[in-house]
Ligand binder design. Structure first.
Ligand SMILES: NC(=O)c1ccc[n+]([C@@H]2O[C@H](COP(=O)([O-])OP(=O)(O)OC[C@H]3O[C@@H](n4cnc5c(N)ncnc54)[C@H](OP(=O)(O)O)[C@@H]3O)[C@@H](O)[C@H]2O)c1
Length: 334
């Protein structure tokens, strides 16, 4: 199969390119060439999708069996790509997000759940980072463009929390690193909170397999349902230091300490307010039936830790607590 990956130099799209190469396919990756290089063995093509006509010129005359697009939040980019390759592609995967759902408090939802209204233009990236609904609405518009133009050759994969090798968000990686360093570690005392994640390499392998076997439609791209407690416990068991002690901090103390949730500085990553629990509690029966095969969480924990170590100790993290912030919470507990 001749596969085109729009991206291919970081995290999921790079994993997709690597998985396709491992499966024996021929892979071309298109990027600006500023974030990194595609995996060895892939052809690298340079184009800036924000420049009108650049992608069409770069891909002129090519015919592809399968295309995978990860455009984060630009429906115009998605439309341009489909138009540039009109009549010259077989299968088309678009990587969307569970942020497309209108009601993220609903637990056990499926892809039939209503989505946000589409946002057709290219949103301001800073605004989209602050407001996940803007990101989700741009993804809805992108999904629409893919379904309109690729029809029954379209596979829309609404990604959930992706973890493991290549993750730059520090969300799950924070816990792998922190548990490996050991000692008394602040964890949120939220026994009821659901959690659901997917190893990026499992998602990538499944996306490639779907392109090869012609799986289409819409799926949530995430793993089995679990709880944050179980995910943290399994991570600690896999990579935790011998002297690791998880110190459960009750919600009122976390609020009092102005502790953030999910991501970002001064946060306990992956902790979520209840109104968003549906984001990490999707019914993925159809996804698993379509062949997504999650590896044991212990393997994801080890991959996340190895990646984290490769980024260097003592670096400034995008999410989690600094050592000083963690000590302050422990002191507040008395
Ligand atoms: N991380 C999660 O947990 C999560 C959850 C749900 C959904 N998702 C979705 O999963 C996907 C992740 O994709 P990813 O891992 O590949 O990360 P990404 O950061 O979306 O990757 C962007 C890729 O596109 C290229 N690119 C960026 N700007 C470009 C431009 N102007 N022209 C051409 N290429 C450009 C980048 O290379 P250059 O910078 O070199 O151009 C890079 O290869 C996204 O669709 C995201 O919305 C992620």
């Amino acid at each position: 199969m001749q596969m085109l990956v729009l991206g291919g130099t970081v995290f999921l799209s790079r994993a997709v390119a690597a998985a396709a190469l491992a499966a024996g396919h021929t892979v071309t990756c298109v990027s600006r060439g500023v974030s990194g290089a595609p995996p060895d063995g892939a052809e690298a093509v340079t184009a800036d999708r924000s420049r009108p006509g650049a992608l069409a010129a770069a891909l002129h005359g090519r015919t592809l069996d399968a295309v995978v697009d990860v455009a984060t939040m630009s429906a115009p980019w998605v439309r341009d790509a489909l138009d540039a390759l009109h009549g010259r592609f077989g299968h088309w995967t678009f990587v969307s997000s569970v942020n497309t759902y209108a009601d993220l408090s609903l637990r056990g939802g499926t892809v039939a759940q209503p989505t946000l209204a589409p946002l057709h233009g290219r949103p301001d990236e800073e605004l989209a980072k602050r407001d996940p609904d803007v990101y989700g609405a741009a993804k809805v518009a992108s999904e629409q463009a893919v379904r309109e133009r690729a029809g029954d050759r379209a596979h829309v994969v609404r990604g959930g929390l992706m973890c493991g090798n290549g993750d730059l968000s520090d969300r799950y990686g924070y816990w792998a690193d922190r548990f490996a360093r050991g000692g008394r570690v602040v964890v949120p005392d939220v026994p009821a909170q659901p959690m659901q994640l997917v190893d990026v390499d499992d998602l990538a392998a499944w996306i490639v397999a779907c392109a090869a076997d012609g799986t289409t439609g819409t799926h949530d791209g995430t793993g089995p349902r679990s709880t944050l407690d179980r995910v943290l416990a399994a991570t600690a068991a896999a990579v935790g230091a011998g002297d690791l002690e998880l110190v459960r901090v009750p919600e009122p103390t976390l609020v009092e300490q102005r502790m953030g949730s999910w991501a970002g500085p001064r946060s306990l990553p992956l902790r979520l307010p209840e109104e968003l629990w549906g984001m990490v509690d999707r019914d993925v029966t159809a996804t698993l039936a379509a062949g997504l095969t999650p590896r044991p969480l212990a393997d994801t924990a080890r991959a996340a830790l190895a990646w984290d170590r490769g980024l260097g100790a003592g670096r400034e993290r995008r999410a989690g607590l600094t050592d000083a912030e963690e000590r302050a919470v422990l002191r507040a507990l008395g």
